[in-house]
Design a binder for this molecule. Structure first.
Ligand SMILES: Cc1cc2nc3c(=O)[nH]c(=O)nc-3n(C[C@H](O)[C@H](O)[C@H](O)COP(=O)(O)OP(=O)(O)OC[C@H]3O[C@@H](n4cnc5c(N)ncnc54)[C@H](O)[C@@H]3O)c2cc1C
Length: 558
């Protein structure tokens, strides 16, 4: 009789027919599934032997059997095939964690020509992380070489390159391949890339980034501008700004960082502000040689620091933003207010004073912005933009601001995660239809009807001013717990139930109303209904929900 522990083909029914390998005849016999079983099934089939699904007693076709019977790892788990989409912070992490669990059959498709995602794409002057470097690092790869408390984009990119080399991630990445389609046939995902390459996967980890698709403002006459124009995320690195007149549209983190970095280089800098922002001051001190030497000689120091800063962010910042009335938020507001008071010109200070609460929009954390905007060659234009003309930007008061270079620091379309990829589940569920109005996902990680597809740093997740590396680590660990069940043969497909997803979304919307993001400003956090597209509970609650998957919230298929 047929016996097998791990694939679901656990007991042979009486009408099972097998093959005598030597003679090529069919008959009853006993086998334990293991290495080589795929080949064995193929041989059975070519000899015309019949196979029965032990669970249903029904005759099974060979492709059916093969789909249920992949090779096994040496420890008896199913050797699953993984595709990771995207080689940013999250994709690199996914590969490392999969390998740690013994899964080697992993391919990463990355549409860019290099890994790094955000930090590869964003190379504008001043680009930096506003989360402390010790926290914006993988927990398993502390970096004693960080030069400052907060790292530049270039340093983060170098760190990611190093981690990818140290953990041998590079060998799994296929560059310049954008995944454009993923269709599940009931057994596996079938993927296609923009070059026409096909692949298959038991499990997809989608790490395609929230800040990936640029938001281009609809400015009249933008095409008429005779100078250089580009988005901060596609900075023209070959262009010298020396002696040029540069206009910057936007006042978020990218704009503020750019202003501080280029003001001394340019002839004139004009910041076009639609909304004033609160700016939390930052002390970006260097790490001394002694500190770095200590980190090098005892990695535990940085790990402790990581944990302490993580605690500080979770208890201080992350909890503050989800409770608009919290004392911690009041403290943040006070610090922003005091920072604003460093602007000496009352008119400029008035125009830089936001009309919303601190942290309602994503808080800008920066060193030296108010200094930079008070330089003689810098000006703040708070009149609205009427149109762009050949020679510059005309504001609604009729003034033409003549410039040579126009920088669009206008952010990203944050609701475009995974898209425009065509994703279709085994029962015909289409992502484009499921998300036609807006993205909805169970715990921000999975979508009903799209089994074995886990999103990392996906929609409606924690996106305040804290480490998305930390978020990704929790999410990947959660996904891999579900993968463990699949590998152990407990089930083959897993997708969240419609009920669990709807009830999560209802609770999320309700809680989102109490966050600071819903206190009356316009921001990229808000969806078309004005609901913040973010995790609205504490970071501790996020950690709790990520600790163990609740299988009752999932549809499990064998
Ligand atoms: C200027 C800036 C500053 C930031 N500062 C902070 C900060 O201070 N703290 C913080 O926590 N976060 C910050 N972030 C957010 C940052 O995006 C995340 O921290 C993190 O880098 C996200 O990593 P990721 O791998 O999830 O996504 P990404 O870095 O966006 O990587 C996604 C990758 O997927 C690829 N991809 C997308 N679609 C496809 C496809 N269909 N096929 C193949 N490849 C695809 C992309 O090319 C990209 O390489 C910042 C973002 C920006 C833009």
């Amino acid at each position: 009789m047929l016996t097998a522990g791990t694939t679901g083909w656990s007991k042979a029914p009486p009408n099972f027919f097998g093959r005598n390998a030597a003679s090529g005849s069919c008959g009853d016999y006993s086998v334990t599934l293991g290495h080589g079983s795929t080949l064995w099934v193929k041989q059975l089939a070519t000899r015309g032997c019949r196979l029965t699904d032990c669970r249903t007693g029904a005759w099974a076709t060979v492709p059916d059997v093969l789909a249920h019977m992949p090779d096994l790892l040496s420890d008896g788990r199913r050797d699953l095939r993984f595709v990771v989409i995207g080689a940013g912070v999250s994709g690199i992490l996914a590969v490392i964690r999969l390998r740690e669990r013994g899964f080697q059959n992993v391919t990463v498709y990355e549409k860019a020509s290099r890994l790094g995602g955000t930090w590869h794409d964003n190379r504008y002057p001043g680009v930096a992380c506003d989360v402390p470097s010790v926290l914006y690092s993988y927990s398993f790869a502390p970096n004693p070489e960080w030069s400052r408390r907060f790292s530049s984009g270039a340093e983060i990119q170098a760190y990611l390159e190093k981690v990818a080399t140290d953990f041998d991630v590079e060998q799994s990445i296929v560059y310049d391949e954008e995944v454009i389609q993923a269709i599940h046939d009931g057994h596996r995902w079938h993927l296609r890339t923009d070059s026409g390459r096909d692949d298959e996967a038991d499990v997809i980890l989608a790490a395609t980034g929230i800040f990936h698709h640029l938001f281009m403002p609809a400015l009249d006459g933008l095409g008429d501008f005779s100078g250089d124009v580009f988005h901060t995320a596609s900075w023209n690195e070959s262009l010298s700004l020396d002696g040029r007149r540069v206009g910057i549209v936007g006042t978020g983190s990218s704009a503020v960082q750019t202003v501080g970095a280029i003001v001394d280089e340019v002839d004139a800098l004009v910041l076009f502000q639609r909304t004033a922002q609160w700016v939390l001051p930052q002390n970006n001190n260097v790490y001394t040689d002694e500190e770095k030497a200590a980190f090098r000689s005892d990695p535990a120091i940085q790990i402790r620091l990581h944990d302490e800063v993580s605690e500080l962010f979770a208890e201080g910042f992350a909890n503050a933003v989800v409770d608009a009335e919290s004392p911690a938020l009041a403290k943040i507001a006070q610090m922003c207010h005091e920072n604003l008071l460093t602007v000496t010109d009352p008119d400029l200070r008035a125009r830089l004073t936001p009309d919303h609460r601190a942290a309602c929009k994503r808080l800008v954390v920066a060193e030296g912005f108010y200094d930079a905007i008070q330089r003689p060659n810098a000006s703040l234009v708070s009149e609205g933009i009427a149109r762009i003309e050949t020679g510059g930007v005309r504001t609604v008061d009729g003034v033409l601001h003549e410039i040579d270079v126009l920088v669009l620091a206008t952010g990203f379309q944050v609701d475009q995660f995974l898209r425009p990829m065509e994703v279709v589940g085994p029962t015909g569920v289409k992502l484009s239809e499921a998300w036609a109005e807006r993205p909805i996902a169970y715990l921000s990680m999975a979508v009903p009807g799209l089994p074995n597809l886990f999103m990392v740093n996906g929609p409606n997740g924690p996106v305040g001013n804290f480490s998305l590396i930390e978020v990704a680590e929790l999410q990947v660990e959660y996904s891999l717990q579900l993968v463990d069940y699949i590998a152990a043969g407990d089930f083959r497909l897993v997708a969240p139930s419609v009920e669990a997803t709807e009830s999560h979304e209802e609770a999320r919307i309700q809680a989102a109303g109490k966050t600071v993001w819903a206190t009356g400003c316009k921001s990229w956090y808000l969806d078309d209904r004005g609901v913040p597209m973010a995790w609205p509970w504490s970071f501790r609650e996020f950690q709790r929900r990520m600790s163990t998957p609740d299988l009752d919230s999932y549809v499990l298929t064998n």
